[in-house]
Write a protein that binds this ligand. Sequence first.
Ligand SMILES: Cc1ncc(COP(=O)(O)O)c(C=O)c1O
Length: 395
Amino acid sequence: MLKQSNPLQIYLDHGATTPVRTEVIEAMLPYWTDVYGNPSSVHRFGQLARKGLQYARTTIAELINCRTNEIIFVGCGSESDNLALRGVMWSARKFGIGNHLITSAIEHKAVLDTASQLRDLAGFDITILPVDEFGQISLDDLTSSIRPDTVLISLMAANNEIGTIQPIEEIGAIAQERGVLFHTDAIQAAAMRDWDLNRMPFDLVSMAPHKFYGPKGIGILYARQNIELVSTLTGGGQENGRRAGTENVAFAVGTAEALRLALEERQENTIHYQALRNQLIDGIIESFSDDCKLTGHPTNRLPNNASFTFRNISGNDLIFHLDVAGISASSGSACLTGDPEPSRVLKAIGLSDEWTKGGLRLTVGKQNNEDQIEYVLKVLPDIVNRFRQIKVQVA
Ligand SMILES: Cc1ncc(COP(=O)(O)O)c(C=O)c1O
């Protein structure tokens, strides 16, 4: 099963990535050593690799209840978001069926930067919806921003920084009623809920197995049958012509195994995560009262995400000192770690400047336990108080 790599270091950054579980490694191994053919080759090595790929695709399709040709393997979560947005918008351009895309201010940069590039370099129109103090969009805002030329709505299932869950079923129902496609970035949420895509109102869904104990460097895009995507990676005709490049069979098999285990163990994991998350939230809020806020929705949030912001403290300094004390945490998005800029998510939920640089995200996982959380609760106030004392002395 899972081992903590260094028992003295407490890993609380499962929102950034997770270790690969042993069962997943074992499932992948033969696809490097024995079944190493190219799935496009006609000979038996190729056929065996193709079977592995088919097995992975069928397993995933059964787990999330969709057709096998609706699963596209891509190179990472970001690529899945990129393909959803670019693939749909370029296809709309090709067929002359619209020019407008709706997204939100707190999407991951894989969505927001792609949307901005589509606007700036190709003249697509974009509406960026605001969010409330908890990070949720308003369904009324969404409805009123839909135009006759709207092609796609892209809104995340759960936010990576503050953990807030969006009402994606309601969003999907609005999209369906108005004849607009709906993409959801479910990269943080994939293993935290059940999926029944044949019945759910989602047209495109992005997932990445490194968030649920699978390999990094592979992602999945679910795209409902009959959605034409213009390929953004051109070359060979792999993935039904939607993503060129020799398929990573080992990682595809690893993805299937990771998803199978994650969904099978979902309830027990949720209980474990929620208990540790609540222990963190209650303990931290009690210790800091006025100088610290819980960020994200108080209840409608990912079971493993406890996120906070500290007034007039640099989240990056905090993370550095926590690391020295043996605790691996993050300020929000893995991609932003080390970035001294204020968090755009914290800005979007309406926080003033004194609060937007002090983000701390603690995301628990399978191998964490109560004792580790107790240790965090003991160490964190000391670190924060030391910062405050230094500030007072300097002033
Ligand atoms: C919500 C969300 N979207 C997209 C991504 C990008 O995924 P990847 O790092 O696999 O490219 C992440 C990664 O943290 C994420 O949390």
